[in-house]
Design a protein around this ligand. Structure first.
Ligand SMILES: Nc1ncnc2c1ncn2[C@@H]1O[C@H](COP(=O)(O)OP(=O)(O)O)[C@@H](O)[C@H]1O
Ligand SMILES: [Mg+2]
Length: 144
């Protein structure tokens, strides 16, 4: 499913990812551990086609991360939650979803329904008016 060989990323003269070779099978849960600054996030960003590689190669489901025609297909396959999820910390849980709903041009009624559905599913309905910055599991965390 995921195959990399000597995958490398340089930022200027700094080597952020130094020759990562790995193989992950379909359905496999793969833990990718390392100290802060080891290059985990940069590796994942390369695999998700968010940043280009410097050298080496990687394929996901047989699609090449450096092929312009494969990149959109790879992005479609991937759901990626990074350390920075892009919430507005001062806005409530409800208002964050409402903002993104408006951004995607959902009508008022549909926004209401989907926000209700999501917050209840996530057991956050009681906290819908709490500022997103007060929730656990985001911001100041250095790791992934
Ligand atoms: N956009 C960037 N520009 C320059 N250096 C970066 C950039 N992103 C990450 N780095 C550097 O690359 C190295 C690996 O970072 P990162 O992939 O975030 O590691 P990890 O996720 O394992 O903590 C670090 O030294 C970091 O400072
Ligand atoms: Mg990281």
């Amino acid at each position: 499913m995921i195959d990399t060989e000597g995958l490398t990323k340089r930022f200027g003269s700094a080597v952020a990812v130094d020759g990562v070779t790995l193989h992950v099978d379909q359905g496999e849960v793969f833990g990718f551990l390392g100290p802060n600054g080891a290059g985990k996030t940069t590796t994942v960003r390369m695999l998700a086609c968010l940043v280009s590689k410097s050298s080496g190669r990687a394929t996901i489901g047989g699609r090449d991360i450096s092929s312009a025609s494969d990149q959109p297909k790879i992005r479609k396959m991937i759901g990626l939650l990074t350390e920075n999820v892009g919430l507005y910390e001062e806005l409530s849980a409800y208002d964050n979803l409402d903002f993104y709903g408006r951004y995607y041009k959902l009508g008022e009624q549909e926004r209401k329904e989907r926000i209700g559905y999501l917050l209840k599913m996530l057991e956050l309905w009681e906290k819908k008016d709490a500022a997103a910055g007060t929730f656990e599991g985001d911001e100041a965390e250095a790791g992934d």
